[in-house]
Design a protein around this ligand. Structure first.
Ligand SMILES: Cc1cc2nc3c(=O)[nH]c(=O)nc-3n(C[C@H](O)[C@H](O)[C@H](O)COP(=O)(O)O)c2cc1C
Length: 162
């Protein structure tokens, strides 16, 4: 069973989560940044899509990727993961931002935590961030437990459960 982990990120935390997720897969997958890399998605059985939220919105490149690969993705096992600061709203963010068919199709939808990197924010982002701010310092709050749960579900699909 071949797994592709495809993510979009602005400041790197979704990428970090994708890497940590891949480390927990019994059969390692391929990791791609949708904004930079290409993959022959037809070759994969499981496709895990991860993105982050800025001012309530997902990266447009993720939406474009889903829309332009709709036909292929409809025949795959799909898992969704998200990075954002508002855990309670995270699954709602998925529902609001993604095409409905992929949200409904996904065998798992998981919140994997978030990170705040003040040094990576531009002027506009700093101002926007003040609205959702929980802290004035950079920090990392990646949910290892959730990454483990998602990885276990993928391992189960491959018949490789713990
Ligand atoms: C300018 C800015 C706006 C943000 N807006 C939201 C938001 O509306 N809701 C939310 O839950 N998290 C929000 N966040 C938190 C990000 O989703 C979080 O930092 C995430 O880990 C970023 O992932 P990335 O580094 O992969 O892009 C925001 C962060 C920044 C810097």
């Amino acid at each position: 069973m071949k797994t592709l982990i495809a993510y979009t990120t602005k400041h790197g935390s979704t990428k970090k989560c994708g890497k940590l997720l891949n480390e927990r897969l019994k059969t390692k997958g391929k990791l791609i940044d949708i904004k930079k890399d290409k993959a022959k998605i037809k070759e994969y059985d499981v496709i895990l899509l991860g993105f982050s939220i800025y001012a309530g919105r997902a990266q447009k490149e993720m939406i474009n990727f889903i829309n332009s690969n709709e036909k292929v993705l409809k025949n795959k096992e799909i898992g969704l993961f998200i990075c954002c600061s508002d855990e309670e709203k995270s699954i709602e963010f998925m529902k609001e931002n993604l095409p409905n068919w992929i949200y409904e199709k996904a065998f798992i939808k998981k919140y994997l935590g978030h990170e705040i990197h003040f040094n990576k924010m531009n002027f506009l982002e700093r101002n926007i961030y003040k609205v959702v701010a929980k802290s004035k310092e950079s920090y990392s709050d990646i949910k290892d437990e959730n990454i483990k749960v998602l990885a276990n579900e993928v391992n189960k699909l491959a018949g490789l459960n713990e």
